[in-house]
Design a protein around this ligand. Structure first.
Ligand code: ADP
Length: 151
């Protein structure tokens, strides 16, 4: 079974993430969306909220699982039997950053990173832009799946 881990902060999940996961589903038997927990990072949404947003977004997609993890992504991959890491590429800055991580992961393991170019209509979206729009009272709903709603 071809399993891919899609790691990230998902603070919150955006339509860009959603697009990559949907397309990942057509390439792999299972896509495990993995929310990394970094004790040094400050998040806008709690881990539970971030988890719920993703679960709700993919409640009708049995090939998508959601989990949280601490530590190295490759260790999570080994634990869940995933041979692939899925990542999205938006721009050259993403590429430079991802290249170093993918090379490192290959040195440390046999796990391959598979990159998908983002869809043109969501390539400008980032979680940090969503958080900025939210903080300033703008209409964030056009940037995120329906499951992400802030009361
Ligand atoms: P991280 O904290 O690891 O950057 P993110 O949640 O921001 O976590 O991103 C996780 C993954 O989703 C990364 O591979 C990133 O490139 C990808 N991604 C982020 N935004 C988009 C987008 N708008 N379109 C496609 N992929 C995206």
């Amino acid at each position: 079974m071809k399993i891919a881990v899609f790691p990230g902060s998902f603070d919150p999940i955006t339509l860009g993430h959603y697009d990559i996961i949907k397309r990942g589903v057509s390439l792999f038997d299972k896509v495990i969306v993995a929310i990394g927990v970094n004790a040094e990072k400050k998040y806008m949404f709690t881990l539970e909220e971030r988890l719920q947003f993703i679960k709700e977004s993919f409640k009708d997609e049995p090939k998508v699982e959601v989990t949280t993890y601490q530590g190295l992504t490759i260790d999570l991959c080994k634990k869940v039997g995933a041979k692939f890491i899925l990542r999205g590429l938006r721009n050259p800055a993403d590429f430079e950053f991802e290249k170093a991580i993918a090379h490192t992961n290959r040195r440390l393991s046999k796990i391959e990173t598979v990159f998908l170019l983002t869809a043109a209509n969501t390539s400008y979206i980032s979680s940090s832009i969503v958080r900025d729009v939210l903080r300033n009272g703008g209409d964030y709903t056009i940037l995120v799946p329906d499951a992400v709603r802030v009361k």
